[in-house]
Design a protein around this ligand. Structure first.
Ligand code: ZN
Length: 78
């Protein structure tokens, strides 16, 4: 498997984990990253406003897993 494919597979795996447990995550309104729900300030862009709605988290996880990675997902920030 190429490095690129491995990265995509890894991202899909993370997205699945988020989709299963959306309550543990929230979406940063500054940069659209998915961060852990316990985070108060986005480690990526330092925004402090988040979308906590589970449906929003799930749809954002799907978006992130299906496109080139511009935003980070939760595990990158832990
Ligand atoms: Zn952010």
């Amino acid at each position: 498997m190429s490095k690129e494919n491995a990265a995509i597979a890894d991202r899909a795996k993370r997205a699945r984990r988020i989709v299963k447990n959306p309550a543990l995550y929230k979406v940063c309104m500054g940069c659209d990253s998915i961060v852990a729900s316990k985070v108060n300030i986005c480690p990526n862009c330092h925004a402090y406003r988040f979308e906590c709605d589970e449906n929003a988290v799930v749809s954002q996880a799907r978006v992130l897993s299906s496109r080139e990675q511009n935003s980070v997902v939760a595990e990158d920030l832990l």
